[in-house]
Design a protein around this ligand. Structure first.
Ligand SMILES: C[S@@+](CC[C@H](N)C(=O)[O-])C[C@H]1O[C@@H](n2cnc3c(N)ncnc32)[C@H](O)[C@@H]1O
Length: 447
């Protein structure tokens, strides 16, 4: 097919759907046009900026009929930043976009017609994040521009905790005062690559990691002195990443000041978290999501539950209160250490954690412990096909799938044999962004 839509030509289009990235979708001369910042139902004058083989990208020139859900974005960086792509929609429209996104993915990629429940709103829609990862470059400290690695220099971010702005200021002042060069991704030179911040929303504790390309962090005593004065600072690390990669954090951490971990509580259980351990970024919403996962994991009163991809043992420890035995599997060594200590500290002794790949350990662990229910909470890329194959052999009665990507969730559901999807409950873990989290209950069809 040749490009039908002409670059730089204007079309009037009506938005009838969304892409998974949050762009509006309409048609011009029968061809699909993806339009950022558009809302379903709107009539727009659109300039074609990038015609491709099967669709085109367009840019809004004029909003002829605005949606009743259109709002003025609160963030001054909205137009540039690749993060909060839905800030032009009111919150109800964002939730509906996410519900449709899950429903479409399940149907199109998973062949699954189960109706998706309304998206559980986030208790806070601003200042909800407990983690910030800020790249540093010659352009400044901030976030990446949409579809690029150009850093937008920011002073604050409305979805981050207020402490983020204070830490940015301290690091910026330190770099200016001591002439410390920022990292240059292309040339792989310079020193400061990024800042990583965690805060316990329920405890107030704060962790800061300064990421460098070099082994040395010049004037570190001076930097630590300023950072440690920030109220509730609990832990300051130096993280070293010498690789030429766009992954920010390296694997080596040196504690410069304070504690090795910060504390956070979830559903009444206390967790200690290291810099490299996974921890959900929206604490209040996580409590609602984990409560749902624990409720699904209780169905039919299982004796033994597996929590695969268990991180610091969060879901394992919350679920352990209702069942006889929980077995957790996780690939990051420090997370497994955190998980074991978290169990000890909370006096939970019916949980065992194993270090390794879930796909590698499941076959043997299933022989040893015979799970009735398996919880899956993989990263965005979903489950390894070998894990799905093992589950098809192990045949647990129920699978509780916690997913942060509807497409890989749908693919994995399709590959699981002999299960029916009972419930799909989406949670808005990341307001204003395109992302959506789901908890799915699957039950074995009797053979
Ligand atoms: C989305 S997180 C979930 C963690 C935990 N369930 C929670 O909610 O805090 C996914 C976790 O899977 C781990 N992981 C990634 N690949 C893995 C694998 N093949 N086997 C086991 N764990 C893995 C990651 O390190 C991360 O901790």
């Amino acid at each position: 097919m040749i490009d039908i839509l002409i670059k730089n030509k204007e079309y009037i289009i009506e938005i009838t759907g969304y892409t998974g990235e949050g762009e509006g979708v309409g048609r011009a001369d029968g061809e699909a046009v993806f339009v950022p910042s558009a809302i379903m139902g709107e009539k727009l004058k659109v300039l074609i900026v990038k015609p491709l083989k099967h669709y085109a990208y367009g840019k809004i020139i004029e909003i002829i009929t605005p949606s009743a859900h259109r709002v003025e974005p609160e963030c001054i960086y909205y137009k540039k930043c690749g993060g909060c792509v839905l800030q032009h929609m009111d919150y109800s429209a964002q939730l509906e976009f996410k519900r449709i996104r899950v429903q479409d993915a399940l149907k199109r990629l998973g062949g699954c017609d189960t109706s998706v429940e309304p998206v559980t709103p986030s208790p806070d829609i601003f200042r909800y994040r407990n983690k910030a990862q800020l790249p540093v470059s010659d352009a400044g400290i901030g976030f990446y521009e949409m579809r690029s690695h150009n850093v937008i220099d920011i002073n604050d971010c409305l979805i981050q905790n207020e402490v983020t702005a204070k830490i940015i200021k301290v690091v910026r002042d330190y770099m200016d005062k001591y002439n410390i060069p920022a990292y240059n991704e292309e040339k792989h030179n310079g020193i400061i690559r990024g800042i990583f911040i965690r805060n316990g929303s329920n405890t107030g504790e704060i962790m800061t990691c300064i990421i460098t390309r070099t082994k040395d962090l010049p004037y570190k005593e001076e930097l630590v002195e300023s950072l440690s004065k920030i109220e509730n600072m609990t832990s300051i690390f130096h993280n070293i990443n010498r690789e030429k990669t766009n992954v920010q954090m390296g694997k080596t951490n040196y504690l410069l000041w304070g504690s090795e971990t910060i504390k956070e509580t979830l559903c009444g259980v206390e967790f200690h978290i290291s810099p490299l351990s996974f921890f959900q970024i929206n604490t209040k919403q996580t409590e609602q999501l984990y409560a749902k996962a624990a409720e699904f994991a209780k169905v039919d009163n299982p004796q033994t539950v597996f929590d695969l991809y268990c991180g610091t043992g969060t879901i394992s420890l919350i679920t352990a209160q209702n069942v006889k035995k929980v077995v957790g599997v996780e690939i990051v060594p420090s997370a497994v250490e955190n998980a074991k200590k978290n169990a000890e500290r909370n006096g939970i002794d019916n949980v065992e954690f194993f270090l390794g790949k879930s796909e590698a350990l499941l076959p043997q662990l299933a022989k040893d412990f015979s799970p009735d229910t398996v919880i899956l909470d993989p990263p965005r890329k979903g489950c390894d096909i070998n894990l799905i194959d093992s589950l098809n052999k192990v045949k647990p009665n129920h699978i509780v799938y916690v997913s942060c990507d509807p497409s890989t969730l749908a693919r994995d559901i399709k590959n699981l044999q002999g299960y029916q999807v009972e419930k799909v409950v989406p949670f808005d873990m990341f307001p204003h962004t395109k992302h959506v989290e789901c908890v799915v209950l699957m039950s074995r069809i009797k053979d």
